[in-house]
Design a protein around this ligand. Structure first.
Ligand code: ADP
Ligand code: S3P
Ligand code: MG
Length: 206
């Protein structure tokens, strides 16, 4: 079976948003590898910068400090060359981050059903927001609160109960559709030369 490829190099960094367990980290890593781009996960960058895990960060400094750090780290990452950037589930709730993502990147919402999020988040701990109380109820409330913000992303892709590579296929197809329908001004970052004038790396299609 041939897997879909992108016909062009994405003009901007690709930012994955969505709830905990949607697959931002795992799908983001696979997407980057399929497109031949660097991958970065904002949570892992925060852990590296802070020298502790996300749960330890929440314990020591609290959620507001985490959100502040998250905003700064994402702003720094959006200054870097083209890459795939997976964010933590709360990042896109921040108005400054949303504005910056809109200006510098293309955003992709990985949307998943509640029961699937519950299943996936149960497999791996390390998510302080799900530590206390009923994770399903917490995720349900977060869904209600956050979905209207995630819906502002440029592209929405369902991250269903399918093999991860199939979800990556859907992301690539939706991204291609989206790029095909972009006016030239929006297709390239304002502070970079338009992609037609830039030297093109050889291998995005593999
Ligand atoms: N088809 C799939 N798509 C995405 N994640 C999947 C899939 N199947 C299993 N998983 C697992 O679900 C979890 C998703 O978590 P993760 O990628 O960390 O999501 P997020 O970063 O959005 O919280 C991972 O353990 C991943 O291996
Ligand atoms: O939804 C959130 O507020 C959070 C999601 C987590 O990332 P993932 O969405 O990658 O699990 C992590 O940033 C932190 O635990 C807070
Ligand atoms: Mg993640």
């Amino acid at each position: 079976m041939t897997r879909p490829t992108l016909r062009q190099r994405p003009p901007r960094t690709l930012v994955l948003v969505g709830l905990m367990g949607a697959g931002k980290t795992s799908i983001g890593r696979r997407l980057a590898s399929r497109l031949g781009l660097p991958f970065v996960d904002a949570d892992q960058e925060i852990e590296r910068a802070a020298g502790c895990s996300i749960p330890e960060f929440f314990d020591r400094y609290g959620e507001p400090a985490f959100r502040e750090g998250e905003r700064r780290v994402i702003a720094r990452l959006l200054d870097q060359p083209l890459q795939v950037l997976s964010t933590g589930g709360g990042a896109f709730m921040d108005a400054e981050t949303r504005a910056l993502v809109r200006q510098r990147a293309h955003s992709i919402w990985l949307r998943a059903e509640l029961d699937l999020l519950v299943l996936r988040t149960a497999r791996r701990g390390g998510r302080p927001l799900l530590k206390d109380g009923d994770p399903k109820e917490t995720l349900r409330q977060l869904m209600e609160l956050r979905h209207p913000y995630y819906a502002q992303a440029d592209i929405t892709v369902d991250s269903g109960d399918r093999p991860a590579e199939e979800t990556v296929d859907r992301v690539i197809e939706s991204l291609q559709d989206y790029l095909d329908n972009q006016p030239p001004a929006r297709a390239s970052a304002a502070d970079e030369p338009a992609m037609e004038t830039r030297p093109q790396p050889a291998a995005v299609e593999s």
